[in-house]
Ligand binder design. Structure first.
Ligand SMILES: C[S@@+](CC[C@H](N)C(=O)[O-])C[C@H]1O[C@@H](n2cnc3c(N)ncnc32)[C@H](O)[C@@H]1O
Ligand code: SF4
Length: 386
């Protein structure tokens, strides 16, 4: 972890809320518009919201930009370029800025990769999800494993940095099958992999299927065995977990996501985007209107899409620091927690959690969740924050 510097950074998150189809497991703010969308009108709204946000936090040097979704690779590269130009008009941008774009690995989108690179994107994150056609069909994906691998090959040729996502703990998946699939994936991944355990989200088609017993997924010990296989396989290949679901060669971590996990400052623009802005010694939590067309009309009418703009109390900031920071292998700084909350962490709880093997102190005084504590992270955070 030594390659990561903990200096304050400022990230800009841009949410593109459209997808070609809605995957049955996904509860992200993503929408399908069969009639097409007015991209030029959305771009104008992005320009307006970026200007309004920059007026609130002027002069910050932008160190990372992340186009998330939804499926931002459905955007025209010219739209991406115009958004990046707008960001650069309103804030100074670091010479080594990291600009990530989430992409679906269909051939149509891969064809646009060069356009995105010309626009200024220097890192892509591909939603591969599985390297098995049966699993991809079950996940409702529109691409085959081969198509995903072809997109990865194009990403490798076009971008210096790329990552891809896989979903594990899929129905009937065994640790051995997963280790083999993961080993194949690692062979394709240069430096970074996001490996998410399938979560059955309320109000998704998977939720109803699961509730009716038609979608049994590994849980309890079976899920734990899959998690252990994930950690072991990645660590052995030189891609240790730097966050609960993210694995990278040291130095290749996603710098944008580190902004969130380290509790730094970030602006969120676009429908349903979240931000954390430090203004006049106060940390604001911001959130924009989620529904794309309502966001558009709100921005056009009032110059921004904000629906939430709340100062965070010190206790809330401290809880958030625990919640986000303990996801990281580098852990948290107990002194920063004390500064934020006005009280130290409870020594008694710390020693109980240490005895249970869920957390540990590091040589520099930082506190982190152990690999065996990660599967029960929520309980550890709740205990420490109580
Ligand atoms: C916003 S999506 C990514 C981009 C792109 N739309 C795609 O699907 O290829 C971010 C990632 O979240 C993960 N994800 C979404 N819903 C999930 C769920 N219910 N359980 C586990 N992972 C999930 C997927 O791996 C997905 O690639
Ligand atoms: S997983 Fe990606 S493509 Fe599928 S609905 Fe969610 S955001 Fe869209």
């Amino acid at each position: 972890m030594t390659a990561i510097t903990a200096n304050a950074t400022f990230g800009v998150y841009v949410h593109w809320p459209f997808c070609l189809s809605k995957c049955p497991y996904c509860d992200f703010n993503s929408h399908v518009r069969h009639g097409g969308i007015d991209e030029a009108r959305f771009l104008k709204a992005f320009e307006i919201e970026i200007a309004a946000t920059a007026a609130r936090v002027p002069g910050r040097e932008v160190t990372t930009i992340f186009f998330g979704g939804g499926t931002p690779s459905l955007m025209q590269p010219a739209t991406t370029a115009a958004i990046l130009e707008t960001i650069a008009r309103h804030w100074p941008v670091a010479a080594d800025v990291e600009v990530t774009l989430e992409a679906n690995p269909t051939s149509v989108e891969a064809e646009r990769f060069r356009g995105f690179r010309t626009a200024g994107v220097n890192r892509v994150s591909l939603g591969v999800q599985a390297l098995d056609d049966g699993a991809l069909r079950q996940l409702g994906r529109l691409h085959s494993a081969q198509e995903a691998l072809d997109a990865v090959a194009i990403a490798r040729a076009v971008f210096d940095r790329y990552s891809f996502d896989l979903i594990y703990a899929r129905p009937e998946q065994t640790p051995q099958a997963w280790s083999e699939e993961l080993t194949r994936a690692i062979g394709e991944a240069a430096e970074h992999l996001s490996l998410y355990q399938l979560t059955i989200e309320p109000e998704t088609p998977f939720f109803a299927l699961h509730a009716s017993g038609k979608l049994p997924v590994p849980d309890g010990d079976a899920a734990r065995a899959l998690y252990d296989a994930t950690i072991e396989t990645c660590a052995a290949a030189g891609l240790p977990a730097y966050e609960i679901s993210n694995h990278a060669r040291p130095g290749a971590e996603c710098r944008h996501n580190l902004v969130y996990w380290r509790g730094h400052e970030y602006a969120g623009v676009g429908p349903g985007a979240h931000g954390r802005l430090n203004i006049g010694g106060v940390r604001y939590a911001t959130e924009t209107e989620k529904r794309p067309e309502s966001w558009l009309m709100r921005v056009e009418a009032s110059g921004h899409g904000l629906t939430v703009n709340e100062p965070l109390m010190t206790g809330e900031q401290a809880d958030e620091y625990l919640l986000m920071g303990l996801r990281l292998a580098e852990g948290i700084d107990p002194q920063r927690y004390e500064k934020l909350s006005g009280r130290p962490l409870d020594e008694k709880r710390i020693s109980i959690l240490k005895e249970e093997g869920a957390i540990e102190s590091m040589a520099d005084g930082r506190l982190r969740v152990t690999l065996s504590g990660f599967p029960v992270l929520d309980a550890v955070v709740a205990d420490l924050a109580a």
